[in-house]
Design a protein around this ligand. Structure first.
Ligand code: NDP
Length: 484
């Protein structure tokens, strides 16, 4: 199986290679096979990308918003036309089953292009009357933005960052995670085919050092990172040195609180979606499932039965429901957390082992019950198919324990009592919350984290704030009243 791109980077409207950069092997997680090799960007490639973005951005920002929107809409159409091929490539890059990549990854990316294409032409300023004089405001592009992606939704992340950036008149240099470098190159090709002028969306490959070089360049106005909290802290600090705008989409350990009046089957289904989709490699997963004691036995029984039926297998087979983890390193990390949970006394309900399939990086979908707040499994982000079920008695207790974490990305509540649902959600410290649902992230809704889980918001009208800035224009309509 091969998925070799035409070259490692995409700069100034064309593929670009520079084999002087260290080789990065792209591994198909279902078999461990090397399917492509790309090279890390050299300083010359980084320079070419930033120079071309800087050159292109001014003329792009000067276009009418509808002209920019037309190009984004065309790109969205191309994505939808090519979705089957793009989904297959995403599966090779990430190991996620095509059952998911066909409906989630590129389609949600195309949604972002359509949404921000529609939104951009509606952005206006305001007029502030001051008697004789007045002020008007203009919402302007920031300039050159850097996007840095994680490996779990590589193409969706590239779209979610570039769509608002481009729609509002910015240029973007995007660095995918070194683990999943392929999808962003496809997006760069599609943008050019849709009519995007060269330089406005450049892709450079590399590890943290390449990201570091981009983040600290004086030409860069904004950095948007999706990644872990420790990386976010480093990148935020580096961006702060240049007083750059930032969006930080970081990790989580989100609570899903299930009250005993909830529909147990719906709550179980949501907990499974919020722990097992993408083999659990989703930042907003509800990995601390708080279940009220009255329904604990029923909840665990149904959960174990439904989890046992999950089909693991070849991710390219549309019947497969769960693929491997993204890499050998992630496999080791997740198995380590499973062993720690066993050692710390959590009750293993199901799973708990590596799944031996084709030398791929598979882990059985795993559920632990009787998890306590102090256990490692309740405190650290695992990023694998490992669910922790915790018991609780009262509403106040659930809220206090749900909030007792440095993270604040997401949270969910299941209950038939709508007054309680709104009361509880109002007290949960999280950027994105759900009532009787979990992990639905439509582009229309702002998405992002509270506390250590992030700064800024992607999607929705909120993203406009993070890819543009306001200029106030004071208009003097009469003589200048100077005291000297
Ligand atoms: P990492 O934090 O390891 O990496 C994120 C990106 O930052 C990668 O492209 C990485 O490159 C790059 N990077 C690393 N160090 C630096 C640096 N010093 N300067 C600039 N860039 C750097 O995250 P993962 O890729 O492992 O992704 C998993 C994490 O992402 C999880 O914590 C998850 O919760 C979070 N995430 C958050 C989401 C959200 O929207 N809130 C969505 C998806 C994931 P390289 O990989 O080459 O080192």
């Amino acid at each position: 199986m091969k998925a070799q791109p035409k070259a490692s980077h995409f700069v100034d409207g064309a593929y670009l290679e520079d084999k002087a950069g260290a080789a990065i092997e792209v591994i198909y997680p279902a078999t461990g096979e090397v399917i492509a090799v790309v090279h890390e960007a050299t300083p010359a490639v980084v320079e070419a990308a930033l120079a071309s973005a800087t050159r292109a951005q001014g003329a792009w920002a000067a276009l009418r918003p509808v002209e920019r929107a037309r190009i984004l809409r065309r790109a969205a159409d191309l994505i939808r036309e090519r979705n089957p091929d793009l989904a297959r490539l995403e599966t090779l890059d990430t190991g996620k089953p095509v059952q998911e990549t066909l409906v989630a990854d590129w389609p949600s990316g195309a949604d972002a292009l359509e949404y921000f294409a529609g939104l951009a032409p509606t952005i206006t300023g305001e007029t502030i009357p001051l008697g004789r004089d007045f002020v008007y405001t203009i919402r302007e592009a920031l300039g050159v933005c850097v996007g840095i992606g994680a490996w779990n939704y590589p193409s969706q992340i590239a779209c979610w960052k570039s769509a608002p950036a481009l729609a509002l008149g910015n240029a973007m240099v995007f660095k995918p995670s070194e683990v999943t470098p392929l999808g962003a190159l496809q997006l760069a090709e599609i943008y050019i085919e849709a009519g995007l002028p060269p330089g406005l969306f450049n892709v450079v490959q590399g590890r943290g050092a390449v990201g570091g070089a981009l983040v600290t360049d004086p030409r860069v106005a904004k950095v948007s990172l999706t990644g872990s909290v420790p990386t976010g802290q480093k990148v935020y600090a580096a961006a702060a040195a240049g007083v750059r705008h930032v969006t930080m989409e970081l990790g989580g350990k989100s609570p899903l609180v299930v009250f005993d009046d909830a529909s147990v089957e719906d709550a179980v289904g949501a907990a499974m979606l919020g722990n097992f989709y993408s083999a659990g490699q989703v930042c907003s997963n509800g990995t601390r499932v708080f279940v009220q004691k009255g329904i604990k036995a029923r909840f665990l029984k149904s959960l174990a039965a439904r989890t046992a039926k999950i089909t693991l297998g070849d991710p390219l087979d549309e019947a497969t429901q769960m693929g491997p983890l993204v890499s050998a390193a992630q496999l080791d990390k997740v198995l380590g957390y499973i062993e720690t949970a066993k050692a710390e006394g959590a009750t293993l309900v199901c799973g708990g082992e590596r799944a031996a399939l084709n030398s791929g990086f598979y882990v059985q979908p795993t559920v632990f019950a009787d998890v306590t707040d102090a256990m490692t499994l309740a405190r650290e982000e695992v990023f694998g198919p490992v669910m922790a079920v915790l018991d609780f008695d009262t509403e106040d207790e659930a809220i206090a324990r749900a909030n007792a974490t440095e993270f604040g990305l997401a949270a969910g509540v299941f209950t038939a009592d709508m007054a309680r649902a709104h009361r509880v959600v109002g007290q949960l410290q999280a950027g994105t919350t759900w009532i009787n649902a979990y992990n639905l992230t439509p582009v229309e809704a702002p998405f992002g984290g509270a506390k250590s889980s992030g700064v800024g918001r992607e999607n929705g009208h909120a993203a406009v704030e993070h890819y543009s800035q306001i200029k106030s224009v004071y208009v003097g309509m009469g003589p200048v009243d100077a005291p000297y």
